[in-house]
Design a protein around this ligand. Structure first.
Ligand code: PGA
Length: 245
């Protein structure tokens, strides 16, 4: 895992957004797996500005949602689809049919997850991930196997508690559908984003614990092209991250 560490969130976001713009300009039809949550918002804001300034375009790209909460109304403020639209999709020139959402309202949720998994080939060119305080990536919670496909998952307690900040207390999802660890690791390139002091303990765990199911983000250590982009608050006093095996 490569490490890129920035003194401030602004410098972090400028850099990640510049990298994103460069990647999309180099491969305009890139297949992108994108997260929601609060972490990527400053990056998305800058990418949207780059599209407005005609420095990049999403018109040939494909965007796949990383995960989605189940059991809540389709238009709930904290739904991943709603958050990604609000943060990025509504502000860029991505054609509607190139934006791939996860259907959690289907009668057969497992079949819906399998159908989404089947659309993840060829592999993503770029996957961007946040990291949960418990080490989850997407909704791959502690215990997720390295070869897990896209599937319905029960949320960990911390994730249910944390989701309240997205839903403003109106809904409390207990499950979701997530792109599995297997398709995430198949991505050509992975960027793990972490900012703020609240992420420091989990990044410390990432630096010291073995690769395995208790810390799903640790699987990224075995990915050949993964970069952790962090600010100094999330990665205090640390210039490199050891790979724990
Ligand atoms: P956050 O969520 O970006 O809102 O901190 C990250 C995550 O839980 O994966």
């Amino acid at each position: 895992m490569m490490i890129a560490r920035f003194p401030t969130i602004d410098e972090w976001a400028d850099h990640v957004a510049d990298q994103f713009v460069a990647l999309l300009n180099a491969k305009p039809n890139a297949r992108l797996c994108l997260p929601t949550g609060n972490t990527p918002l400053p990056v998305y804001e800058r990418v949207a500005a780059a599209v407005r300034d005609r420095r990049v375009s999403f018109c040939e790209a494909e965007v796949f949602l990383l995960d989605e909460f189940g059991g809540v109304p389709a238009d709930a403020a904290g739904r991943c689809d709603v958050m990604l639209r609000r943060g990025l999709i509504d502000h860029v020139d991505l054609p509607e049919d190139r934006y791939h959402r996860i259907d959690t309202h289907a009668g057969d949720v497992d079949a819906s997850a399998r159908a989404y998994d089947a659309r993840l080939h060829p592999a993503f060119d770029l996957t961007i991930l946040g990291i949960g305080a418990n080490g989850h990536i997407g909704m791959n919670e502690p215990g997720a196997p390295v070869d897990s496909p896209t599937r319905r998952v029960d949320l960990a307690q911390e994730t249910m508690d944390g989701a309240e900040r997205y839903f403003g207390g109106t809904h409390r999802p207990t499950w979701g559908i997530t792109v599995g660890v297997k398709p995430l690791l198949a991505s050509r390139e992975v960027w793990l984003l972490a900012t703020g002091v609240s992420k420091a303990p989990v990044l410390q765990r990432l630096a010291t614990e073995p690769v395995g199911p208790p810390l799903p983000a640790s699987y990224l250590h075995v990915h050949p092209n993964c970069t952790l982009f962090a600010d100094a608050a999330a990665l205090p006093g640390r210039a490199t991250l050891e790979v724990a095996t």
